[in-house]
Design a protein. Structure first.
Length: 134
C-alpha cells in the first residue's frame, strides 16, 4: 500500500512539474498565436486591446506601447493552474491597419481546463472595434 501511494505521488509530482510555461515562453512564441488585422489606427487598437484585457480576470503584468507588447497572466483557480498571455500590436499600414497577435500558454501543459484567452480576447476585441478582421 505504501509503495502504491508513493507511486501515485511520484506520478502527480511529475504531472505538475512537466510542461510548465512562463511569461517568457509566451513572449518567445511570437509568430504562433491568433492573428487579426484591423482597419483601424494603432492607437485605437492599442486602447481597445488594453480595455479588453482589463475587462477579464487576467492580471496585466506589463504593457509597452512603444514596443507593441502586452503581457498578462490568468490566476490559479479551482479549474486552472493559470495562463500566460502575450499580445503584440503592430502598425502595418501607415496608421490605417493594425495587426494583433494573441498567444496563450497554459502555465501547466496538462491543464485541460485552462481558459482559451486567444479566442476570448480576439472575439472581444472584434466586438469592441465593430470591424471586420482579415
Amino acid at each position: 500500500m505504501k509503495r502504491f501511494f508513493l507511486s501515485i505521488c511520484a506520478v502527480a509530482l511529475l504531472a505538475i512539474t512537466t510542461g510548465c510555461s512562463t511569461l517568457a515562453d509566451a513572449k518567445a512564441a511570437k509568430g504562433t498565436g491568433t492573428v487579426r488585422v484591423y482597419d483601424k489606427p494603432y492607437d485605437v487598437v492599442w486602447d481597445t486591446v488594453l480595455a479588453s484585457i482589463k475587462s477579464t480576470s487576467l492580471a496585466l503584468v506589463s504593457d509597452s506601447k512603444s514596443d507593441g507588447a502586452i503581457l498578462a497572466q490568468g490566476a490559479v483557480g479551482a479549474f486552472s493552474w493559470g495562463e500566460n498571455v502575450a499580445i503584440y500590436v503592430e502598425d502595418i499600414g501607415g496608421k490605417v491597419k493594425t495587426r494583433v497577435e494573441i498567444i496563450n500558454k497554459r502555465a501547466l501543459a496538462t491543464n485541460i481546463t485552462a481558459a482559451d484567452w486567444e479566442g476570448r480576447l480576439s472575439s472581444d476585441i472584434d466586438k469592441r472595434l465593430g470591424a471586420q478582421n482579415q
